[in-house]
Design a binder for this molecule. Sequence first.
Ligand code: FDA
Length: 302
Amino acid sequence: MKLLDRCLTALMPLLPRALVWRVAKRYVAGVTVEDALSAVRDINSRGASATLDILGEEISTVEEADRNRDAYIELLDAIDAGGVDANISIKPTAFGLHLDEGAAFERVKAVLVRARDLGNFMRIDMEDSSTTTATLGLYRSLRGEGFTNVGIVLQAYMHRTLQDISDHTEWQPDYRLCKGIYVEPEEVAIQGRGEINDNYMAALQSMLRSGSFVGIATHDHALVDRSMECVASCDSEGTQHEFQMLLGVDPVLGGRILNEGHRLRIYVPFGHDWYAYSTRRLQENPTIGRYVFKALFRRKAP
Ligand code: FDA
């Protein structure tokens, strides 16, 4: 990373909300459910579907976990009433995974019941490695109770991922495959970019060959090209995969994916906690720091 980019990245958390919003509005749909549905309508009109994520920072109380459950149930109702093509993604820690696994299971199940009753689908995001085993356990427990409208995420950088795929073959999970966003030590996760991409491809092939549906979640052009080659042989009918991207990231790539006849789903974060999410996203992509500063100068211009 260049020195200037490093400095801009370090300054990011100190920036005023109004300035961050000027850049972040590209990556966050807004604050309210109506903002989110409006973004989904736009995405749907371009031929893609969406996944809605209510932004939230770490929770520490049962009441916060209950509020998150209720917010997702209301969101499912709003998706249904709005008639848009969108499902939801949840984070187990937002439902109290670190407080009480049993109670977290009940909350997640309550959302899943509503999703099932509305004919919708819920994916469980994968968080840092301290939650991987519990998150996969949560998924199996839900499947064990007969739910089929639930999917999981595996991260290509984890050493354990190929083993996790083979351990779950009998469940034929609906997967999202991503590289992995959390900083993990080398005992837990592969560190080199090339090796992560090779493991991504090995995981994708293994998932498709075992009959699973895979959401190929990446903006890495090389990986998108390799995945397109892979699905041409492993999923020639095109029924077992879609590409997934984050709102606002590389729309040109998204257009290309659609033009080449693949399905595309856009992950749409929204909610009151947009500021913390946005500063993290901006820090992940240092070149975006330059846009923040351009916005700063534009703001000061007469
Ligand atoms: P790479 O990091 O190589 O990025 C390729 C290019 O895309 C970059 O050069 C940059 O230009 C652009 N880019 C990538 N990420 C960006 C960002 N955030 N903002 C702006 N530009 C960006 N992770 C996880 O651990 N658990 C999860 O549940 C999920 N869920 C998830 C859903 C979806 C739909 C996506 C697309 C991603 C995730 N992730 C995730 C995040 C994922 O693990 C990964 O960290 C990011 O997608 C970045 O990796 P890429 O594969 O895009 O490649």
